[in-house]
Design a protein around this ligand. Structure first.
Ligand SMILES: Cc1cc2nc3c(=O)[nH]c(=O)nc-3n(C[C@H](O)[C@H](O)[C@H](O)COP(=O)(O)OP(=O)(O)OC[C@H]3O[C@@H](n4cnc5c(N)ncnc54)[C@H](O)[C@@H]3O)c2cc1C
Length: 398
């Protein structure tokens, strides 16, 4: 009987455990997570902050999911080290778990930039349920919130707080919102809509300092301006949780380097999800964590499966704004593209060698699933390339 140990109970670890059980009915499967909750939706933490759902609704897999599959789940347990020679995982409480194959699905943590004042009371990041609870309870007494970072997470969290009646300012280092997902015209449209919704946007601005006695009172920008703030949420990206990989001396770059079977550089050790780097890419998105977890589970069980990458795709989940982007959005306008723009609608399709490689759909996200399929399948679109940006193009016909 094989012993599988999975460190991390997120989308990657959970999908791997599920796949392992499908392929190996006899194995002993143990999942270890330092968090106090079974598998839950990080994506919906924003709905929880906004008060749209209770905490319990975040949980995706309740206890029965684990017992039905005979998967041992250890909550609130931090793995401190791994001994690859005796093939044992050691916890902070010195408990040992033997493995034949080990999956590191340790995810990522919020990156906190080195801004003076980040240690003050009232400064938050958002990654897990504890963070969301802290933000929600502190928000009760806050009026002015400054979001540092105008990416997807910053805007969605800011919107949740705006809906709670807070005055929300967004500080973004780039000169446009969502710099990774939008080009200049799309970001301009979004900025207009968000300003109308009540956001105050400070683009192309760098935070110099968070000020206040011991609690936040304001955010000073390098331009000299001071924004009033009794709460600050920093959304400056994530960094993979690499401590175990480093102590194992696994080959790492930005994340743990894996091959197409999700194998790390040491025998019988695999990595998947936000901690894994595949062909130089750290995906950092839920669908990639799911796919990678499944592939890792297959290979750990001895069934060959190859990961081929995930098309990076994102949708902004802010009510009243329709916005989706995928693949290469050609922010520099260096590739061949077709665009459509009318009122609040902007649609852009980016091509390379007659293949769709990316798109931005704003104000009208019709056809997004079809676009994802075309990008993934690398299909030749020369036949209808010139028509795709037309207002009434029928995406169902592709
Ligand atoms: C608020 C928010 C909104 C998001 N929205 C979207 C979205 O709309 N679309 C999208 O695609 N993605 C979104 N993401 C990103 C997405 O949630 C992640 O890509 C995904 O959760 C990664 O899953 P994972 O299994 O790799 O890691 P994680 O979910 O981070 O799980 C890793 C787990 O391992 C645990 N762990 C780490 N080290 C140890 C250790 N030594 N011992 C024990 N346990 C350990 C961690 O505590 C954590 O519980 C969002 C993320 C956040 C925070």
């Amino acid at each position: 009987m094989k012993h599988y140990v999975i460190v991390g109970n997120g989308a990657a670890g959970t999908n791997a455990a599920d796949q392992l059980r499908r392929l190996d009915a006899e194995a002993k499967i143990c999942m270890i997570t330092e968090e106090a909750f079974p598998f839950y939706s990080r994506i919906r933490l924003i709905d929880y902050i906004a008060g749209d759902i209770p905490k319990e609704a975040l949980v995706i897999n309740k206890g029965q999911w684990y017992s039905n599959r005979d998967i041992e789940l250890r909550l609130g347990v931090r793995v401190a080290s791994v001994d690859p020679v005796s093939k044992r995982v050691l916890t902070g409480q010195n408990e040992a778990f033997s493995y034949d194959r080990l999956l590191l699905a340790t995810g990522a943590h919020s990156f906190m930039p080195n801004i003076p004042g980040v240690e003050k009371k009232g400064v938050f990041t958002l990654r897990n349920i504890e963070d969301a609870e802290a933000i929600r309870s502190f928000a009760d007494s806050a009026q002015h919130v400054v979001m540092i970072g105008g990416g997807l997470l910053g805007l969605e969290t800011g919107n949740a707080l705006r809906r709670l009646g807070k005055k929300v300012a967004v500080v973004e280092f780039f000169s446009r919102l969502l710099p990774r997902q939008l080009d200049v015209p799309a970001a301009g449209l979004l900025a207009g809509t968000m300003t109308k919704m009540g956001f105050s946007l400070h683009l192309g601005r760098k935070t110099k300092e968070i000020v206040g006695p011991d609690q936040v009172k304001g955010v000073v920008l390098e331009s000299g301006e001071t924004l009033p703030a009794d709460m600050v949420v920093v959304s400056a990206g994530v960094r993979p949780n690499m401590e175990l990989a480093a102590s194992l001396k696994l080959r790492c770059n930005k994340g743990i380097e894996v091959d197409e079977g999700m194998r790390a550089s040491s025998p019988d050790i695999y990595a998947a999800g936000d901690v894994a780097e595949f062909k130089g890419v750290l995906y950092g998105i839920w669908p990639a964590a799911m796919e990678q977890g499944k592939i890792a589970g297959s290979n750990m069980a001895g069934v060959n499966a190859a990961y081929e990458g995930t098309t990076a795709s994102n949708q902004l989940k802010v009510a009243g704004i329709e916005l989706a982007a995928a693949g290469n959005i050609d922010a520099e306008c260096a590739s061949e593209s077709r665009t459509f723009q009318e009122d609040r609608v902007y649609r852009k399709f980016v091509f390379e060698d007659n293949r769709l490689v990316g798109c931005i759909l704003q104000g009208d996200t019709r056809g997004f699933q079809a676009m994802l399929r075309l990008i993934r399948q690398k299909q030749d679109v020369s036949e209808y390339k010139d028509d795709m940006a037309l207002k009434d193009f029928d995406f169902n016909a592709i």
